[in-house]
Write a protein that binds this ligand. Structure first.
Ligand code: ATP
Ligand code: MG
Length: 343
């Protein structure tokens, strides 16, 4: 496969907006058509599904709160401590960003106090409690993952549950996980587990218009799935990468440092997460997946530019890629299931 030389592609400096002009009537009409198409292809979950997810989260919250009381009591703490023992559930990922489709998983984080451990209590007692619940199916603990996770379905809704153990003795219900001081003296896995929620909150906090951000991200996610370039594990870009790129791209380069770190220098398409510790979220991108994505960006750009001058419709942009279809058939897998996999 012939690779383009880097100087063959036009470079755009992203520190300033490309344009601050108001939308034209043509832009407004294109936006209306795009929103209609996004509804037609069912990118939005219906009201019943949204309510069901909220109920599942409410039930999960009750379960983990019962769990923390149980383990606190079992460890011999006094009544007052058992009474105060608490954990809080946060959501992150596409659900928290408000861009999840009808069948997407819910990424959740359970934050607990210093006496509640990941190994014994989370992957031990909570796992046992979950295994006995009739609402819980397909329970898979993955304690050895880079970010340890308990995967399960709760009344049919896929949940990824992480655990972070803070240095606090009690966890307030209104805990602010964005505070940098919370990271003091935490174990590495807790820092990694907190990172997803902190990143998601930061993105939502920093985008100037959340609704426009959500619509754009939903559209980009649909386009990249249709064109076969949505997958972190396959070396393309996944949910977090597209979210950072749509939000503001190349800000926040503090921690990732190609000058000081040899490994950082080798990254081909660094997309840096916005909270400390900043990491490159797209380390799987290879020369060949980068090339395929550059072709897709160019194709998308040409179609969007043509829409200003002739009747090319959104359907052309979202046409499924032949490469993607062939790839799917070859592997004989449901690619949407693969997209849900964690890195
Ligand atoms: N490579 C990564 N680097 C940093 N954070 C990551 C990475 N992969 C996942 N995360 C964190 O985990 C969250 C959930 O990841 P996930 O792959 O489920 O993406 P998502 O945005 O929820 O999209 P999807 O709808 O496909 O599940 C991300 O929003 C991000 O905060
Ligand atoms: Mg997710």
């Amino acid at each position: 496969m012939a690779m383009p030389k880097s100087n063959q592609l036009p470079r755009i400096e992203m520190w300033e907006p490309i344009s601050t002009a108001q939308p034209s009537e043509m832009d407004r009409s294109n936006t209306r058509e795009l929103l209609k198409l996004m509804e037609d292809v069912e990118l939005y979950e219906c009201h019943e599904e949204a309510v069901k997810r909220q109920e599942v989260l409410g039930r999960l919250d009750q379960i983990v709160k019962a769990w923390v009381k149980k383990v606190t009591e079992a460890k011999g703490y006094n009544e007052e401590m058992v009474g105060k023992a608490n954990v809080v559930i946060f959501t992150f990922g596409s659900y928290r960003l408000g861009v999840n489709g009808p069948c997407a998983d819910i990424d959740t984080l359970c934050v607990g106090s210093r006496h509640v451990t990941r190994e014994e209590d989370f992957f031990g007692e909570l796992h046992r409690m979950q295994a006995e619940l009739p609402e819980v199916q397909e329970l898979h603990p993955v304690p050895d993952a880079f970010v340890p996770v308990m995967k399960f379905k709760f009344n049919g809704v896929s949940i990824d549950l992480l655990y972070a153990k803070l240095g606090l003795w009690t966890i307030p219900e209104d805990l602010n996980i964005s505070l940098p001081s919370l990271l003091l003296d935490l174990d590495e896995k807790s820092v990694l587990s907190l990172n997803g929620s902190r990143v998601t909150d930061k993105i939502l906090h920093m985008v100037p218009n959340v609704q426009n951000f959500q619509t754009t991200l939903r559209c980009i996610r649909y386009w990249s799935k249709q064109r076969g370039i949505y997958s972190n594990v396959a070396g393309f870009l996944g949910g977090i990468n597209w979210a950072v790129l749509v939000a503001w791209g190349s800000l926040a380069l503090q921690s990732w440092d190609p000058k000081r770190n040899f490994r950082d220098k080798k990254h081909l398409m660094p997309i840096i997460t916005p909270v400390y510790p900043c990491t490159n979220s797209s380390y799987y991108v290879s020369l060949s997946t980068l090339y395929i994505m550059q072709q897709e960006f160019q194709r998308g750009n040409e179609i969007c530019e043509a829409m200003d001058t002739n009747a090319t419709g959104w359907n052309t942009l979202f046409e499924p890629s032949h490469f993607f279809e062939a790839y799917k058939n070859y592997l004989q897998i449901d690619i949407t299931a693969q997209n849900d996999m964690k890195t």
